[in-house]
Write a protein that binds this ligand. Sequence first.
Ligand code: FAD
Length: 247
Amino acid sequence: MGETKLKVLLLAHTPEPEKLAALAGRRCYSRLDNEALWQREEDNNPAAFVAKVTGMGHVTIIEHASFTFAVEGVSRSLLAQITRHRLASFSVQSQRYVGETATQNTGGVFDYVIPPRIAALGEGARAEFARQMRQIQEWYDHWVQALGGTRDAFEDARFVLPNAAETKFVFTMNARELLHFFTLRCCARAQWEIRELANAILRLVKPVAPTIFAKAGPACLRGPCPEGDFSCGMINEVRARYGTHPE
Ligand SMILES: Cc1cc2nc3c(=O)[nH]c(=O)nc-3n(C[C@H](O)[C@H](O)[C@H](O)COP(=O)(O)OP(=O)(O)OC[C@H]3O[C@@H](n4cnc5c(N)ncnc54)[C@H](O)[C@@H]3O)c2cc1C
């Protein structure tokens, strides 16, 4: 659906996340000292142990594994949503210290995201959206100049900027919070941009920790749809897309 500029990198993650989670789990049930426990973990099939323990509801063990991402090409609208996830850590490009000046990418205005549904209306709609962004750039530049034209001016000039303004940020979540994030944000009911980001992140983390993320995705992968009257009604298609996970 339309084009987006979303780019997400997996910058770093806890080394051997499943082995670490398994060690954390075995710590609870073993007399061994920590070094011996860690050395033995290799031969102990950590993935199977993680699956067993988390399947019993002991999910805190996967909180020891964390993942850090760099995101760009997304809107401030997405930023407002993702920062509601309180167990994540964020570092966001500042609109106080970084001016929203014209860039070559968008033909002389600040970088912005055009919603695919607007883009899909055709050239006329895209041109109108671009014209509106140029108008906002003029308002923004007006206030930067009126407030002295220095970096201090960005702080107040930014009040006229739209949700469409593009942002860049780095964020970290542990594996348990990621699973929760996928449950809420891979769902068809989530807003398109954060859903696209959640799916991109799921594709990045699944190869790193295939057991931890084996059942990751919207809630309907693991049981009935919780959305009631708001259900997308496509449970079979959604399960097929993410892979079915019979309980
Ligand atoms: C489809 C959709 C529509 C939405 N619409 C709106 C909307 O219209 N308006 C709006 O304001 N928000 C909306 N939200 C955001 C939503 O209300 C949550 O703020 C957001 O999804 C983060 O979820 P969370 O609080 O479960 O997650 P996190 O903040 O990531 O927390 C993870 C879990 O930790 C626990 N936890 C965290 N903090 C606390 C706490 N203080 N006390 C107790 N337990 C805690 C909870 O179990 C929580 O589920 C929407 C979200 C979705 C997915």
